[in-house]
Design a protein around this ligand. Structure first.
Ligand code: NI
Length: 190
């Protein structure tokens, strides 16, 4: 197991389209997935995409029971998703606050499809087909964007709702607080 450094916005690899995984159940793939899960957990990420640790492959991991970086959201099932395809279920989009381990210290209000179906493969190569809504759907869309070289700031429509966590919180814009603030200021959701 290994915890990797997470690349930050500005690193060219984060802007690239990642390549599909072709071989499953190889030591390389298994060890990469393990490292992604370890890194996600160590950084309290809601999810992580392989390009964020420098590997341009179409692999994302996500899920948590509780997350100190996103305190006001329901749990998301722990998932390894390879070569994902997302289909929106309807046209409805909703705005929600997002952060990213590659954009540390910041949050932005991002529109995402409210409900999706995603397909792909798990770590063993077995097919997955899952319907998701709410924060679960948001996380999947965010992570899969990484595989196409898209970071969440590129999705923001209103840049008055993008900034540093402490500034946004002080301005009363951000309903979520830092990890020390578990029981404070559970404000309205947008
Ligand atoms: Ni991210």
């Amino acid at each position: 197991m290994a915890i990797h450094k997470v690349l930050r916005m500005g690193h060219p690899l984060l802007n690239q389209r990642a390549a599909a995984v072709e071989d499953f159940n190889t030591p390389e793939l298994d060890s990469l997935i393990e490292d992604m899960l370890d890194t996600m957990q160590a950084e309290d990420g809601a999810g992580l995409a392989a390009p964020q640790i420098g590997v341009s492959r179409r692999i994302v991991v996500f899920g948590f029971d509780q997350n100190p970086r996103y305190q006001d959201v329901p749990s998301v099932p722990r998932t390894v998703l390879i070569n994902p395809v997302i289909r929106a279920l309807g046209d409805v989009m909703e705005e929600g606050w997002e952060g990213c381990l590659s954009v540390p210290g910041m949050r932005g209000l991002v529109p995402r499809y409210s409900a999706i179906e995603y397909t792909g493969f798990d770590a063993t190569g077995a097919p997955l087909q899952v319907r998701a809504d709410g924060f679960h759907a948001r996380v999947v869309q965010h992570e899969c964007d990484h595989l196409d070289g898209i970071l969440y700031p590129q999705r923001i429509r209103d840049f008055t709702r993008f900034g540093f966590i402490d500034e946004l919180a002080e301005a009363g814009l951000l309903p979520l607080q830092t990890s020390d603030d578990t029981n404070q200021s559970r404000g309205e959701r947008s």
